[in-house]
Design a protein around this ligand. Structure first.
Ligand code: CP3
Length: 354
């Protein structure tokens, strides 16, 4: 690994993404995309024709290949570990499958307060060693300038999958358990929070430079319920993490939660497209960095339209240090790769030299 002879730090330390995460001025606005490796890419589809999704996640060399290919093809400023949010649930006692249409399904969901005891707290990483191997393999194959981001689901989003048994529109079973039995709820989210913290610390030890917590479904809650039932658990995860590693705290669906997300912690707050980025940054607080927030559907249009929307987001960030450009949520499978490349080019061109 090449190091800067003055600071003896690896090159990624002073790259644009980690500078932005620390709110230091950088020569250009960094950009990466949630779901930057996935079905919209021909190379990924070719690998998936040979191997199932779970099997792919459990093949560290292929995970590294999939992510490094995507990073090189797009020219982004960071890689994210190729894995899935739900893998942590297997050693916790849940039986996970991906159905042929691509969606996750849990065969033995936690349906009632009595079932909560079935959830096994993650103590050892033995059964998730393939994730740590994927971190090491990706780190090894990646240019020293590029940071690798680790990730995990936030306690609420993991609880929702564990309870509903899959994706859910209104999170009916999850909220019923939460409202009816707050004691069992807090026990369940406490178990998830301690497990997620250990899992992320293991990723940090294996070699990631930052971590992102995905609370993809938290937006289904109102602010009072988020504060009572979710915030303490997300905060607990963040408080248990190795100090000095930037944490990106991301939720989607409800901009009213942004100040609470900021209160829960994380040096970077992930913002979706349902709020202007300038309004978001103001409510989050200028003592935090922000990540976002282009609508992923913009990538289904054409390069000139993409460029106009990139300019809008950059204008709202106002050239303030601490903006990481991203989509407001993951790349859609229908996205033409050339459009994702056009996005990265536009951010690098329009967001440089402030
Ligand atoms: O960002 C990346 O490129 C890194 C890899 C990554 C995947 N999943 C790969 C994946 C990451 C960071 C995730 C996180 C994840 N997984 C989330 C949180 C992010 C978000 O979108 O809010 C969630 C909710 C999941 C659970 C999950 N995994 C679902 C609901 C699905 C099916 C629907 C879908 O969007 O594909 C998956 C499958 C999945 N995870 C695929 C990939 C590349 C597609 C699998 C395939 O068919 O090949």
């Amino acid at each position: 690994m090449s190091t800067d002879s003055v600071s003896q730090r690896p090159a990624w330390h002073d790259g644009p993404l980690l500078k932005a995460a620390r709110r230091e001025p950088a020569p250009r606005v960094p950009v990466w995309l949630m779901r930057q490796a996935g079905r919209y890419m021909a190379e990924y589809r070719a690998i998936r024709r040979k191997i199932g999704f779970l099997e792919l996640c459990k093949s560290p060399a292929l995970c590294a290949e999939v992510m490094i290919t995507a990073v090189e093809k797009l020219g982004v400023d960071a890689a994210i570990l190729f894995s899935d949010l739900l893998l942590i649930l297997e050693p916790m006692g849940l039986v996970l499958e991906f159905t042929p249409d691509g969606g996750p399904a849990i065969r033995n969901p936690i349906r009632h307060a009595d079932d909560v005891d079935r959830l096994v707290e993650l103590q050892s990483m033995e059964r998730l060693d393939f994730v740590m191997d994927a971190v090491r393999a990706t780190r090894e194959g990646l240019a020293d300038e590029l940071p690798l981001i680790g990730f995990a689901g936030a306690p609420f989003t993991l609880a929702s999958y564990a309870i509903e048994g899959g994706a859910s529109r209104n999170h009916r079973l999850t909220k019923t358990l939460m409202y009816r039995d707050p004691g069992a709820w807090d026990a369940m989210l406490g178990t998830l929070a301690r497990s997620v913290a250990r899992y992320l610390n293991a990723q940090i030890e294996a070699g990631v430079q930052a971590v992102q917590l995905f609370d993809s479904w938290a937006g289904c809650l109102g602010a009072d319920d988020y504060r009572r039932f979710v915030l303490p658990h997300t905060r607990s995860v963040i408080e248990q993490l190795s100090p000095g590693v930037p944490v990106i705290n991301f939720a989607t669906g409800n901009p009213a939660l942004l100040p609470l997300l900021s209160e829960a912690g994380g040096s970077v707050i992930g913002v979706d497209w349902r709020i202007r980025l300038d309004d978001a940054w103001r409510t989050v607080g200028y003592d935090k960095a922000v990540q976002g927030n282009l609508d992923p559907v913009v990538l289904l249009t054409d390069p000139p339209t993409i460029r106009r929307h990139v300019q809008q987001v950059l204008d709202q960030a106002g050239g303030r240090p601490g903006h990481i450009f991203n989509l407001g949520h993951g790349v859609l499978p229908q996205t033409p790769v050339e459009n994702a490349q056009a996005l990265v080019e536009a951010v690098h061109e329009l967001g440089s030299g402030e």
